[in-house]
Design a protein around this ligand. Structure first.
Ligand SMILES: Cc1cc2nc3c(=O)[nH]c(=O)nc-3n(C[C@H](O)[C@H](O)[C@H](O)COP(=O)(O)OP(=O)(O)OC[C@H]3O[C@@H](n4cnc5c(N)ncnc54)[C@H](O)[C@@H]3O)c2cc1C
Length: 300
């Protein structure tokens, strides 16, 4: 964006005064995001936006919608898009909740609600176009780089802590679960695998902030986070049995966190690019998918 846009939009976001949803996916554009069909047509000092987005946001509402549309129906793929920051209270915007198995912790909401959003002749000031006319894919490459994990993070998986705590303090057949050799073997698998994810994310955070050039590292971490997260659901089921599948206060485990993880493990494969897509990007970046090795998007 321009300096003026940065001054206007960024401070309230940094201070947590506003909430933004990212509205990328459409019925015909998920993995193939460049295939979006929503349109933004220039009309005087405004753009008129029409179209539909799916699987977006949370149950918490938002102030802005950060979104990608077609700005030139005649231009070539990747040169036909515009990126907008749209105030969510503009006339013509309808938000319709979708009740999912769980939302995978997306957007800070644990409720399992994502939404379909409809734009019906929504008039958006040209000031809200980010990156310039038909430059939306440039913004997308930066945005997707972060979605695919290149930004890294310093964090640990709190479900691992809860699982270990539960197994240390709850007994089965008169002994703490953590003393059972079979359970212990699975617990160690969980520990090793989640430590791999933590370290790769930490590495990416370090690379990003020390200005080291990245290539495949984001999708690598994202792929492992997703596949090992799903594998962890299997380990939890092996360790806890049916207790992993209910949030019943007496029959379930760890106040329902283990049951929630059983649902989240599979759901979390999809947001921010599926595991297949992470592999596609990695192969391009290490030079086995295309003749010319693809570069990572700029993070600024
Ligand atoms: C919980 C949740 C939260 C989400 N949050 C958001 C959000 O906040 N904002 C947003 O915009 N979207 C969001 N999404 C949408 C998400 O980004 C898409 O679901 C995802 O990108 C996949 O797109 P799709 O569902 O259209 O599947 P498709 O793209 O139709 O893919 C279907 C299958 O084909 C595979 N596939 C597709 N292309 C290839 C290829 N080239 N090579 C190999 N395999 C391929 C995929 O891996 C998948 O298994 C969310 C989804 C979920 C489930």
């Amino acid at each position: 964006g321009t300096d003026e846009q940065k001054k206007y939009f960024l401070p309230p976001i940094f201070k947590g005064e506003v909430r933004t949803w990212q509205l990328l996916s459409e019925p015909e554009a998920g993995s193939d995001l460049a295939n979006v069909k929503s349109t933004a047509v220039k009309d005087g000092d405004d753009y008129i936006i029409n179209g539909q987005k799916v699987f977006v946001g949370s149950s918490l509402g938002c102030d802005y919608m950060w979104t990608l549309t077609v700005t030139d129906t005649e231009a070539k793929r990747h040169e036909n898009l515009g990126w907008f920051m749209i105030p969510s209270d503009l006339p013509g915007i309808t938000v319709q909740p979708m009740d999912l198995l769980i939302s995978g912790g997306e957007s800070g909401a644990g409720s399992g609600v994502k939404n379909t959003v409809f734009f019906d002749n929504v008039r958006v000031p040209a000031f809200n176009l980010i990156g310039g006319h038909n430059q939306g894919w440039k913004v997308a490459t930066t945005h997707l780089e972060l979605e695919h994990g290149t930004g890294g993070r310093i964090s640990r998986n709190v479900v691992v802590d809860k699982l270990f705590e539960y197994c240390r303090t709850n007994d089965r057949r008169g002994e703490f679960i953590s003393k059972d050799p079979d359970a212990r073997e699975k617990l160690i698998d969980v520990y090793i695998e989640q430590e791999i994810v933590r370290l790769l994310q930490l590495r990416n955070y370090w690379m990003r902030h020390s200005g080291v050039t990245t290539t495949y590292e984001g999708p690598q971490a994202s792929y492992l986070k997703k596949t090992l997260g799903l594998k962890m659901s299997g380990h939890i089921l092996d360790i806890l049995g049916p207790a992993a599948l209910t949030f019943d206060p007496e029959l379930g485990a760890s106040e329902g966190h283990m049951e929630a993880h059983s649902r989240a493990g599979i759901i979390a494969i999809h947001p921010g690019g599926t595991t297949d897509i992470q592999k596609v990007i990695m192969s391009r970046r290490i030079g086995i998918g295309r003749e010319v090795r693809e570069k990572a998007g700029a993070l600024g």
